[in-house]
Design a protein. Structure first.
Length: 367
C-alpha cells in the first residue's frame, strides 16, 4: 500500500513558504529598529563571538567556562528570546537558520525549533500563526499570508525557539511597507526565570505557550528565561551572574534539577542569599516542582527545604519574598492530563502553571 505524508493528505498541515521572493528581508540583529529581548549580554557578547557564530546566547559568553558542558550548550538555546517591531505589511515572512536539526522525541518541532507570531501591543497581543522546520531541517522559511489586510501599522511579536539555537533570523516585509520600533514594555526591566527544562519550555507545542511567555504576555513584561534542561543545579556562579542583571523580579524554580533533597538543601538558600544580598528590595518568587504525583514523599521533602528558604527570609524581616507551592500548579482536577510524560507540561499544564504563578508575581510587583 502506498503511504503519503500527512501534508499530502491534509493541506492544513503545510507550512506556507510560497512567494518568499516577494519580500524585502531584514536581519533582526543588524537592523537596530528591531527590539530583541531575552539576551541580557547580547551587546557585550557580540564583541567576542566569531562572525560565523550565533549572536543569540542567554548567558555572558565570558562566563561559560565556569559551568558544565550542559549549560555551555543550552545557553545558546533561544528560550525566552523575543523579536518585536511595528509594520503595516499585509503579509510577513520569516527566514530562520538553526544551530542544529534538534528533533526531540516528546516535544513537537513547532515548540522546540519553531517561532510563533503575535499581533498587537501591550497586554492585547493575539496569536496569529506558527512557523517551524520540516523533518531534519536546520533552516526554514515561511510566509504569514494576509495577516494585515487593511495595512494598518500594527505591532508584531515573534517568539524564538525554546530548544534550539538560532544562527540567523530575518523578517520579510512586502515592498513599500513601513517598518518601525515597537512600544516599550509596560514592565521594562525583565522578570528573570531560573530553573529546569520546565522553565525552559519543555514541552510546549509552540514558544508562546510556555508558562514564562504566558505570564509575561499577561503583564506585558520584558523577560529573561534562564531555564537549563537537566542542568539547573543551583550553582553559586550562576547566582552571581544572574545578580548582575537589572531585573524587576526573580523567579527561582530549579527544584526539578537538584539530583536529590540533600543537594537542594545544600544549594537552595545559598543561591537565594546571593541574589538577595545584591538586590535587597527585589521581589523574589520561590517555586517548588509541580509533578508531585510521581513521588509524593520526595516532593514534599523537597518542598519543605524550599519553604525553609522562604520562611527564614520572612523571619529575617524580608518583605519581598514569595512562595508558590508546586503541588498546586496543575490544580486538583485532571492533573494527569497536564504533562506529556508525567513530568514535562503540555500546553494545558503550562496554562495551569501560569494561572497559579501569575498572582504571586503580580502581587510581588504591586500590580
Amino acid at each position: 500500500m502506498e503511504t503519503k505524508r500527512i501534508e499530502e493528505i491534509d493541506r492544513n498541515f503545510v507550512i506556507t513558504a510560497n512567494g518568499t521572493e516577494r519580500f524585502t528581508y531584514f536581519d533582526v540583529v543588524e537592523d537596530k529598529i528591531f527590539d530583541i529581548s531575552g539576551f541580557p549580554w547580547m551587546e557585550s557578547n557580540r564583541k567576542v563571538i566569531k562572525t560565523d557564530e550565533s549572536p543569540f546566547c542567554r548567558l555572558d559568553i565570558t562566563w561559560l567556562h565556569k559551568f558544565g558542558q550542559g549549560i555551555q550548550n543550552l545557553a545558546w538555546h533561544t528560550a525566552g528570546g523575543v523579536i518585536r517591531f511595528a509594520s503595516d505589511s499585509p503579509s510577513i515572512a520569516v527566514k530562520v537558520k538553526l544551530t542544529s536539526k534538534g528533533d526531540m522525541s516528546h516535544m513537537p518541532r513547532s515548540g522546540s525549533a519553531g517561532v510563533d507570531l503575535y499581533k498587537g501591543k501591550g497586554k492585547d497581543k493575539k496569536f496569529i500563526r506558527t512557523a517551524m522546520p520540516g523533518n531534519s531541517q536546520d533552516e526554514y522559511e515561511a510566509v504569514f499570508e494576509g495577516v494585515n489586510p487593511t495595512r494598518e501599522m500594527w505591532e508584531w511579536t515573534l517568539n524564538m525557539p525554546l530548544y534550539n539555537g538560532v544562527r540567523e533570523l530575518k523578517i520579510g516585509l512586502l515592498p513599500e511597507s513601513r517598518l518601525g520600533k515597537p512600544s516599550p514594555y509596560s514592565i521594562e526591566k525583565p522578570i528573570v526565570f531560573y530553573g529546569s527544562s520546565i522553565t525552559q519550555g519543555g514541552c510546549a507545542s509552540r514558544p508562546g505557550n510556555s508558562y514564562t511567555h504566558i505570564i509575561c504576555r499577561w503583564l506585558d513584561a520584558n523577560m529573561v528565561n534562564l531555564g537549563f534542561a537537566g542542568n539547573a543545579k543551583g550553582e553559586p556562579e550562576m547566582a552571581e551572574l544572574i545578580s548582575r542583571i537589572d531585573m524587576s523580579a526573580f523567579v527561582l524554580d530549579y527544584d526539578h534539577n537538584a539530583p536529590d533533597a540533600k543537594h537542594l538543601e545544600n544549594t537552595h538558600e545559598r543561591f537565594f542569599r546571593i541574589i538577595r544580598d545584591k538586590h535587597p528590595e527585589l521581589p523574589i518568587i520561590i517555586v517548588s516542582k509541580p509533578d508531585f504525583d510521581r513521588n509524593v514523599e520526595d516532593g514534599r521533602l523537597r518542598r519543605s527545604i524550599i519553604y525553609k528558604t522562604y520562611e527564614n527570609a520572612i523571619k529575617g524581616g524580608d518583605k519581598n519574598t514569595y512562595f508558590v507551592d508546586g503541588e498546586t500548579l496543575f490544580g486538583s482536577k485532571d492533573r494527569d492530563a497536564c504533562t506529556v510524560d508525567g513530568c514535562h507540561p503540555n500546553d494545558l499544564g503550562f496554562m495551569r502553571m501560569a494561572e497559579n504563578i501569575y498572582p504571586a508575581i503580580k502581587k510581588a510587583l504591586n500590580l
